[in-house]
Write a protein that binds this ligand. Structure first.
Ligand SMILES: Nc1ncnc2c1ncn2[C@@H]1O[C@H](COP(=O)(O)OP(=O)(O)O)[C@@H](O)[C@H]1O
Ligand SMILES: [Mg+2]
Length: 277
């Protein structure tokens, strides 16, 4: 069963200069319980697709084609049925509210329950996302935590309502590599435990291969490749995906993947001083 099913789906943004396509002709099914990675370089349309799935497109966006959510029992509600985390946890956490209260309130708004019950759930979730001393931490404010901890707290706030899908838009891009992998591991574990459908947006192939069951590769607003991660990574069907993989293999792990080195005319890879021509 697909939770999300897109056919000929497109999004354009309107500004003074007219309409600018950000996504075009997207055909994609996201199966329940799978972990899908949306992979692509900056500006390829990943966030636009993530927002569309969540029903959060901004007012200047015009969608076309179809985006159905057949796997949900009733029309899904953001927060309750679909959770979302963003790159900047500051954007989803209220700086003036104790973190325990924020998580508890998310639960209360989406699922009800008395304050005592939702507060206990908040502490349980703080513990689940490995925030030390959850009882004490629940009474702290966001600024008292590190970036990685804030992202864990945002994750707890998104998951406490037990959504069936979580959409994570580059949730670890602002973090150091060690925190990135720790949060990815946690997310994978929780998603596995709960049968959560995960849509994970990233531009980082190493992270993608760490979590993906399925991969969808976006390039300039088009889906150039989609399929099981094992197949896409071992035998990409599109030259752009092949170029991405070549880029990764030729750059050592401390350097970020450099999509800009892929020539859009023929998808050849240019590495500075490199051998790819
Ligand atoms: N709110 C917006 N208004 C106008 N254009 C936008 C808006 N958001 C994104 N875009 C444009 O849409 C394209 C895709 O952007 P985005 O979905 O953010 O890509 P990604 O997340 O892969 O970097 C880009 O050209 C970007 O400039
Ligand atoms: Mg983005």
């Amino acid at each position: 069963m697909s939770l999300f099913s897109l056919r000929g789906f497109g999004v354009s943004y309107r500004d003074r200069g007219g309409l600018h396509p950000a996504l075009q002709a997207i055909d994609l099914d996201i199966a329940a319980g799978r972990h899908l990675v949306l992979l692509g370089e900056s500006g390829s349309g990943k966030s636009t697709l993530a927002l569309a799935l969540a029903g959060l497109l901004p007012r200047n966006a015009e969608a076309s084609g179809s985006l159905a959510r057949p796997g949900f029992a009733a029309p899904p509600r953001l927060g309750r049925d679909i959770g979302m985390v963003f790159q900047d946890p500051g954007g989803s956490l209220d700086p003036l509210m104790r973190v325990g209260e924020q998580i508890a309130e998310a639960r209360h708004v989406n699922r009800g329950g008395d304050w005592r019950e939702v507060s206990e759930r908040a502490e349980t979730w703080l513990e689940r996302v490995a925030i030390p001393d959850p009882r004490v931490s629940a009474r702290k404010y966001p600024h008292q935590f590190s970036g990685g901890q804030k992202q864990r707290i945002a994750l707890a706030a998104a998951l406490v309502s037990e959504p069936s899908a979580l959409i994570a838009d580059e949730p670890t891009s602002a973090l150091d590599t060690i925190s990135q992998h720790a949060i990815l591991g946690l997310l994978k574990e929780i998603a596995g435990e709960r049968g959560l459908t995960l849509v994970f947006v990233t531009h980082d192939i190493a992270l993608a291969s760490g979590i993906a069951d399925d991969v969808a590769v976006l390039y300039q607003g088009r889906l150039v490749e989609a399929g099981p991660a094992a197949r896409v990574f071992s035998a990409p069907s599109h030259p752009y995906t092949a170029a991405l993989l070549a880029t990764r293999l030729d750059l050592d792990s401390v350097r970020p993947t450099r999509f800009a080195e892929i020539d859009p005319r023929d998808f050849s890879v240019r590495v500075p001083g490199g051998r790819h021509g």
